[in-house]
Write a protein that binds this ligand. Structure first.
Ligand code: IMP
Length: 197
């Protein structure tokens, strides 16, 4: 199945770019002819009121599919720290007001003096194709949190996340390298696998 148009239901341009690369790296030109950034269609904001990543991803994908009549792909993701019993998790985007670097500072503050730096990124993806079907998958990427930020690529907590088996943070790796192993990629591979069945 190849879509003529596909909406990426996010207001975050960094995430939109990453999705375009993930789709190209995973499916080449076989997934969609045109990949649209949601704010180009509407200013709609969908409240993330779900209690799980999957519920939030579905809320966003369904709302945008209803609004546009087009296939929509949405995600909800977060960073879970072992030392904090999985926090900030679902609330990773909202832990403090401010920009990405304020959130990174908050995170490093929470881990101060803690030996356990284990963490995982988690992403749920939802693909909603109006009047046909809705698919939901989940992917993860395990790693640990470094002592201070390194690297300038990516977004969010990328500068402090060292994926398992690597010596560079997500922000030091190229986008292509991150997309080989990321939580979002792992979830997208499952969506692509289901569509090919
Ligand atoms: P949401 O999925 O848009 O609700 O964002 C979840 C939060 O987790 C945001 O603060 C992101 O910055 C962060 N996050 C999710 N995925 C990644 C990633 O791949 N790299 C860095 N931060 C991420």
């Amino acid at each position: 199945m190849k879509f003529t148009k596909l909406i990426i239901a996010t207001g975050n341009r960094g995430k939109y770019r990453e999705f375009c690369e993930i789709i190209r790296d995973t499916a080449g030109e076989n997934f969609a002819d045109e990949i649209i950034f949601a704010p180009e269609i509407s200013r709609m904001i969908v409240e993330e009121t779900g209690k799980t990543y999957a519920e939030n991803a579905m809320l966003k994908a369904r709302a945008w599919a209803e609004r546009s009549g087009l296939p929509c792909l949405a995600d909800d993701s977060g960073l879970e720290l072992d030392a904090l019993d999985g926090a900030p998790g679902l609330y990773s985007a909202r832990v403090v007001a401010g920009n990405d670097s304020d959130k990174v500072s908050w995170l490093l503050g929470q881990l101060e003096g803690k030996a356990d730096r284990g963490a995982r990124f988690v992403a749920s993806l939802c693909l909603c194709v109006p009047e046909k079907f809705t698919l939901i998958t989940e992917g993860e990427c395990r790693g640990k949190i470094v002592d201070s930020p390194s690297g300038y690529d990516g977004f969010g907590y990328d500068p402090v996340f060292l994926p398992e088996g690597y010596e560079l943070t997500f922000a030091e790796l190229s986008g292509h390298a991150k997309n080989q192993i990321s939580h979002r990629t792992n979830a997208f591979r499952k969506i692509y696998g289901l569509l090919k069945q």
